[in-house]
Ligand binder design. Sequence first.
Ligand code: PLP
Ligand code: CA
Length: 306
Amino acid sequence: TNTPRYLTGDQAGLREFLDKFDVFLFDCDGVLWSGDHCFPGTVETLELLRKNGKQVVFVTNNSTKSRADYRKKLEGLGIPSSVEEIFSSSYSSSIYISRILQLPENKRKVYVIGESGIEQELRSENVPFIGGTDPAYRRDVQPEDYKRIAAGDTSLLDPEVGVVLVGLDFHLNYLKLALAYHYVKRGAIFLATNIDSTLPNSGTLFPGAGSMSAPLIMMLGQDPVALGKPSQAMMDAIEGKFKFDRSRACMVGDRANTDIRFGLEGNLGGTLGVLTGVSSKEDFVSGPVRPLAYLDKLSDLLAAEQ
Ligand code: PLP
Ligand code: CA
């Protein structure tokens, strides 16, 4: 394990670091912004990189939004982007289902635990789905339901479901978990958009997508295939689109066990930690997963050109 280089205020070190890479993969929340607050200097830093001919890619584990939602969010913060530059876990999950999984014709439906971002990306890949934001699933389990599930009632358990996809769902309930459990028991493939245990909001942490699949892991004794960072399925999807030289790419992130691990396991040339999100200086400097370098904040990169 290396000792990460601290680059804040080190102009020569920053220049040398930037020169090593052609592609920068950016985690979003905790690096570019926090919630609805764009960090000062984010826009200028991305402009600087683009001006220097760097390819910029936005890689987020947030499954609640689609790529189109993200492009709008970026635009609202003053960051120009195209949908093509954005990889969300909702998108990586959808292309994994439509392009990698070879589902039989009668098992192509996805049972979704999650929000509209997943639904939009599944729709754009022509993948049929049920569940998700459908209000019919936002109810208590009735005594009848147990009998219907036990009997395999096809109005409650769709026989065409071949995949269960679990992302962050703000209306998770007992019915949704019970149905997901029975679909997997009946042979459906168990996927998770990402397995972040928590997500930051308003300066503290709340349950993340991983906490939605945790009860299912408990029930099933089986882990899902997870598609967000640090899963290399996400990296392969990005590479499939951009055909970049991994040795000339750098992953920038705030979370050691997702972002930095994602870059290290993907054999990228570099990883850059920032201290504006979840991981602390101690995590980066003495934790089990360490970046090549770290900064107090992303906009410290601007000093490379001053
Ligand atoms: N999942 C959800 C639902 C979120 O709201 C966020 C942050 O906004 C994340 C995951 C983490 O996103 P990122 O990978 O951009 O840090
Ligand atoms: Ca983050």
